[in-house]
Design a protein around this ligand. Sequence first.
Ligand SMILES: [Zn+2]
Length: 125
Amino acid sequence: MIQLRLSPGLPAMHEVSLAMALMDLVCAQATAAGASRVTRLVLEIGVLSHVDAHALRFAFDSAASGSPADGAVLEIRQIVGTTYCLDCEASVTIITRDAPCPRCGGVKLLAQGGDEMRLKEMEVV
Ligand SMILES: [Zn+2]
């Protein structure tokens, strides 16, 4: 019997272009620091950023291949989001993108923070 195995889906373009931009930044920083290799990266990703951490990790691994960041440990930390609830007329914190207002359960929320991706730390040798 022949068993076919499906290859994993490719990440969306969004994560691929983010990973490439991240690689550019990381390589520029490593060069500026006179480092030959990047061993660890810490990324902060806001829960409102629409970035899929799993897809980004996958895209990063392929973007890093053959670069100074090849094999670097990628640590991804999720950052809570801050939104303004139009019903409560107050700023509230949410921990997932689809979460309603924790005070009133309302969904009329405006993102105020936690929609960014940030390179927090980088270790080089
Ligand atoms: Zn509310």
